[in-house]
Design a protein around this ligand. Structure first.
Ligand code: SF4
Length: 149
């Protein structure tokens, strides 16, 4: 039986990004041989529409470029994503780098100037609390190598 891998839905090819586009990458096709993918978009789950204003983390709050506070939606999306990960028994997650929801280790700094800072997206933070191992699209080769060994 293949292990379950939670995946950011935009990497899976769903156009759920803030700008209505996706982040599909072909290498995920190779992953399907080894993992059962469980696609989720925390921002959509949290009740935000697509397209939507871009948002960034500003400390514990998440605000859009137009100053609207969307923290509640982001927190709700993070909780629902964790629920799905636990329900499906995902011990690993492949998340979209840099996103205020899905980013791992490095995210935009809240100034909307494409400047990065250390930190996680709020969904990744919630997944890490449940000891789910996080990868980003930059680690796909690593995930594949682990299986091919
Ligand atoms: Fe992709 Fe995550 Fe943003 Fe949804 S919240 S569009 S899955 S990066």
């Amino acid at each position: 039986k293949k292990p379950k891998l939670l995946i950011s839905e935009c990497l899976f090819g769903v156009p759920c990004r803030y700008d209505g586009k996706d982040n599909y990458i072909e290498t995920i096709e190779a992953l399907k041989e080894y993992y059962e993918l469980v696609p989720v978009c925390p921002e959509v789950l949290g009740g935000l529409s697509t397209p939507r204003d871009p948002a960034e983390r500003q400390g514990e709050r998440i605000c859009t470029v137009n100053g609207a506070d969307v923290t509640d939606e982001f927190v709700r999306g993070a909780q629902l994503t964790v629920d799905i990960a636990l329900k499906y028994g995902c011990k690993q997650a492949l998340m979209k780098a840099k996103s205020p929801s899905c980013g791992y280790k490095r995210i935009y700094d809240g100034t909307f100037t494409r400047t990065m800072k250390n930190g996680h997206g709020c969904t990744v933070e919630a997944l890490l609390e449940k000891n789910i191992t996080i990868y980003t699209e930059n680690d796909i080769e690593l995930l594949l190598a682990k299986k091919k060994r």
